[in-house]
Write a protein that binds this ligand. Structure first.
Ligand code: B12
Ligand code: SF4
Length: 485
């Protein structure tokens, strides 16, 4: 097989565009692991791969296009999440204007949700990948010289003025067959998670240990399907050890669609981390569901070095929890929070405002629940029905989607003071929801007990700066309503 030059791109989208002017300093810039996995796989097959992470390197469209076109004949792959769609459209346009013969492949959550529509809307893209991209991109490289895409599973492409969709690709069952993400191609010193996710100012990379989720929350895209597929524990331990040796990391974010979905896997992993001696030198965070943990599991996680868990609570209304098929009760939420805190693991709670059919009284219940549960951090987002979710399909069928300008599909739109939101529930207004997002954050954080708690945890000048900046942003949001502009 002929080695191909390939460039994989995380397209431009500034932190200001994502979080607004004031919140940008708290936003995460994390490794684009999707393209890093593809890069690792293509390298293992002998291809010559580069990654351009425009978000981490702060590159504009022209700079990225120049990088992409540096070597003629390079296959260009671009990752697309919904809010970055317009940016990708612009990038493809510049690339094709300069070099019409360039082969442009798009992939990522947005493409998986709307493959044909993406090709219709971005006329300058050639191929769209549906689902996992490692083997699909390898297939595209293998056929780059003959241009015969007909046998490559999991793609949509153009042929004689038509859009053709091939057979779907099966999910990768043996995840260990995929090498670790090619972090050596990434500007690793540029990445940082949100301040609420790191302890101190240390660098904190993310490792993905499993793909797929058996639950069916209506607001989630579940891009990796329903079945839980995990890496072997040996592979995970080796990958973490590699990160410790190469980057001297002291903390890590362990990512999986639902890490705690499979208790046997989780307990084996925690025991292996303990046996490897990680707890004394590595602190970790993860995301979880309240109904998949109990005192025994949490206690083992704590022993293995877990210092913080992010729980998706979503809403304080049981009616709405049922409506979004979250599959949990408010009692389970309260129990999980209590046990987690008793064990000394801190919590980040995720809350959604403006869910379909939510009433103002139910928004109030969500804010009150957040205050009552009292996690260390709370994040309130305005509901965005992302393509690929049951919520999007239902709202679209009811004619309730207000805009298909994908740049508005940002969960911080309320904070940014956007005048258009993709969805606003009947009887409510954009102004009301935007105001609520700010009010919820202010109400949660500007409380004497929270201020005291933060004061007690200060251990460096970095913490002082972080907390002062946070409180100033909240206070300012009251003085000037359009904080994000
Ligand atoms: C970690 C994470 C983040 C991180 C890092 C994101 C990043 N740069 O990768 C942070 C915290 C920064 C983040 C932010 C946001 N995120 Co996020 N995030 C995730 C999460 C939990 C895991 C992503 C991940 O690393 N997956 C593992 C890798 C291996 O998978 P992957 O990236 O999808 O890549 C595979 C395929 O998609 C495909 N692929 C990807 N790119 C390409 C490119 C080519 C050329 C090809 C061929 C294939 C291909 O191949 C890859 C390997 O198999 C997912 C949930 C999920 N399970 O995917 C949500 C998710 C991706 N996020 C989502 C959203 C909405 C956001 C935000 C928009 C939220 C907001 N603020 O409004 C922001 C936007 C950030 C941005 N840069 O545009 C949605 C996306 C929905 C959509 N339709 O776009 C998801 C799916 C969660 C959900 N709600 O369902 N996120
Ligand atoms: S939100 Fe979490 S638990 Fe729910 S379907 Fe998505 S990945 Fe699974």
């Amino acid at each position: 097989m002929k080695p191909q030059p390939v460039v994989l791109i995380n397209p431009p989208l500034s932190l200001k565009e994502r979080y607004g002017k004031d919140m940008q300093k708290f936003g995460a810039v994390s490794e684009p692991l999707g393209i890093a996995y593809i890069a690792g796989y293509l390298e293992s097959l002998g291809h010559d791969v580069r990654i351009v992470d425009a978000q981490a390197e702060n590159l504009d469209h022209r700079q990225v296009a120049r990088e992409a076109l540096r070597q003629p004949g390079t296959i260009i792959g671009i990752s697309v999440l919904t809010p970055v769609f317009n940016s990708v459209q612009r990038l493809c346009h510049i690339i094709k204007q300069t070099r019409p013969e360039a082969l442009v492949v798009l992939g990522g959550a947005h493409c998986t949700a709307l493959p044909e529509r993406t090709l219709e809307e971005i006329e300058t893209a050639d191929i769209v990948c549906i689902g996992e991209g490692e083997q699909t991109m390898a297939g595209i490289c293998a056929h780059a010289s003959d241009g015969d895409w007909s046998l490559i599973k999991g793609i949509c492409y153009r042929q004689d003025g038509r859009i053709v969709r091939n057979q779907d690709r099966e999910y990768i069952q043996d995840l260990d067959a995929i090498p670790p993400p090619a972090r050596h191609l990434l500007p690793m010193h540029r990445y940082h998670l949100t301040a609420s996710r790191v302890s101190g100012s240390d660098y904190c990379p993310t490792i993905i240990v499993a793909r797929g989720c058996p639950f069916k929350c209506t607001y989630c895209s579940r891009t990796f399907g329903k079945s839980f597929r995990a890496h072997s524990v040996e592979r995970i331990i080796a990958e973490i050890q590699g990160l410790i040796d190469t980057y001297q990391i002291r903390q890590i974010n362990i990512e999986a669609d639902t890490l705690t979905a499979n208790k046997r896997f989780l307990t084996t992993l925690c025991r292996a981390m303990i046996a490897a001696g990680f707890p004394s030198r590595l602190a970790w965070t993860c995301e979880s569901r309240v109904d998949t943990v109990n005192a025994e599991v949490l206690s083992l996680m704590k022993q293995a070095g877990c210092w913080q868990i992010s729980y998706g609570v979503e809403t304080g209304s049981q009616r709405l929890l049922n409506k979004i098929s979250k599959g949990v009760t408010l009692k389970q939420v309260e129990d999980a929070f209590r046990i987690t805190m008793q064990l000394g693991i801190t919590i980040r709670g995720f809350f959604m405002l403006g869910l379909p059919t939510e009433t103002p009284a139910e928004s109030r219940m969500t804010i009150d629940l957040a205050k009552r549960l009292d996690p260390l951090y709370a994040q309130f987002t305005v509901t965005v029905p992302y393509p690929g979710t049951q919520m999007f399909d239902e709202l679209q069928a009811n004619g309730e989607i207000r805009t298909y300008d994908w740049s508005k599909y940002n969960t911080w739109s309320g904070w940014k003071g956007e005048r258009t939101l993709p969805f606003v529930s009947a009887g409510r207004t954009v102004e009301e929801l935007s105001g609520l997002q700010k009010q919820a954050l202010r109400e949660f954080y500007i409380r004497p007990r929270v201020v005291l708690r933060f004061l007690r945890t200060i251990s460096s000048i970095y913490d002082v700066q972080k907390y002062l900046a946070g409180f100033w942003v909240l206070i300012k949001s009251r003085i000037s309503p359009a904080t994000g502009r």
